[in-house]
Design a protein around this ligand. Structure first.
Ligand code: DGL
Length: 274
């Protein structure tokens, strides 16, 4: 039987991670849970985030019996990963800001971190920076309005409006003269192109999709690409017509028609509430 990979986020932010892995391995089962009842996580306290994530993941496991769970949310990973591993007997892959690759790719040793308020202020992130980017100046920027805009409105808004929303963040990174910006909130993967346009090609964005996909396949024992030293993307089978996945939410009261449309857009089947 095919293995099941579960993706979890406070909302739609984890979808780019699912899509990335599904492009590489279309033959696996994909399930996704958006905790829309509790969105946003990024402005909540660590204690509250821990409580809601542990509860949602417990229900998600019961419903879908996954072989591996990707916590496709930097905020949830930073706050809860050790507790999840302690409580549940399922392998977890966390998503944390890609500070390490950014530091090694940066030429001027000035990098940006664009994430939620919780992620930029958490001691986990400080440790990550001192461990892997000690030789860089790291300039952090958080904006919970952008995260909420992406979650609730972006896919129904014209591109130039989205652009306006991002100008202050882009200006911050330009002013700080960074050469790479780490997308440390999974929601920001939806705006990579728009951000890079605002940077006029002078600043590159960087995220953790590649590493997370590799690690997930490794846990499942399907990482031939890794063994043969190929880039995982080379194994991609882009014929997605025959695959999909199930998309769940935690509340039917919040924006449900929008979520159904998003699920459809990314070839996921809206499957109800967990
Ligand atoms: N997508 C989430 C992350 O990567 C957080 C969004 C939120 O604030 O809920 O941090």
């Amino acid at each position: 039987m095919n293995k099941t990979i579960a993706f979890f986020d406070s909302g739609i932010g984890g979808i780019p991670y699912l899509v990335h892995l599904r492009n590489i391995k279309p033959d696996l089962n994909y399930v996704y849970l958006a905790d829309n009842a509790n969105f946003p996580y990024g402005i909540k306290s660590g204690e509250i985030i821990k409580e809601i994530v542990l509860s949602a993941i417990g229900r998600f496991i019961e419903k879908t019996a996954p072989d591996v769970i990707v916590i496709a949310c930097n905020t949830a990973t930073v706050v809860t990963l050790p507790y999840l591993r302690e409580k549940f007997n399922v392998p977890f892959v966390g998503v944390v800001p890609a500070v390490k690759p950014a530091a090694s790719m940066s030429e001027n040793k000035r990098i940006g971190l664009f994430a939620t308020n919780k992620t930029v202020s958490d001691s986990y992130t400080d440790n990550l920076i001192s461990q892997f980017a000690g030789n860089c100046e790291v300039h952090k920027y958080a904006d919970s309005n952008i995260v909420s805009f992406i979650e609730n409105k972006m896919f129904e808004t014209e591109d130039n409006k989205v652009l306006e929303f991002l100008v202050p963040a882009a200006n911050f990174f330009i002013k700080e003269d960074v050469d790479h910006v780490v997308l440390g909130c999974t929601h920001f993967l939806f705006i990579t192109d728009i951000l890079e346009n605002l940077f006029s090609g002078k600043i590159k964005t960087i995220d953790s999709r590649e590493g997370v996909s590799r690690q997930t396949l490794h846990i499942l024992g399907c990482d031939k690409a890794r063994d043969s030293n190929m880039d995982v993307a080379q194994c991609a089978n882009n014929d997605q017509s025959k695959n999909s996945g199930s998309f769940y939410v935690t509340s039917s009261d919040v924006n449900i028609d929008y979520y159904k449309k998003i699920a459809d857009r990314f070839m996921l089947k809206y499957s109800g509430i967990i």
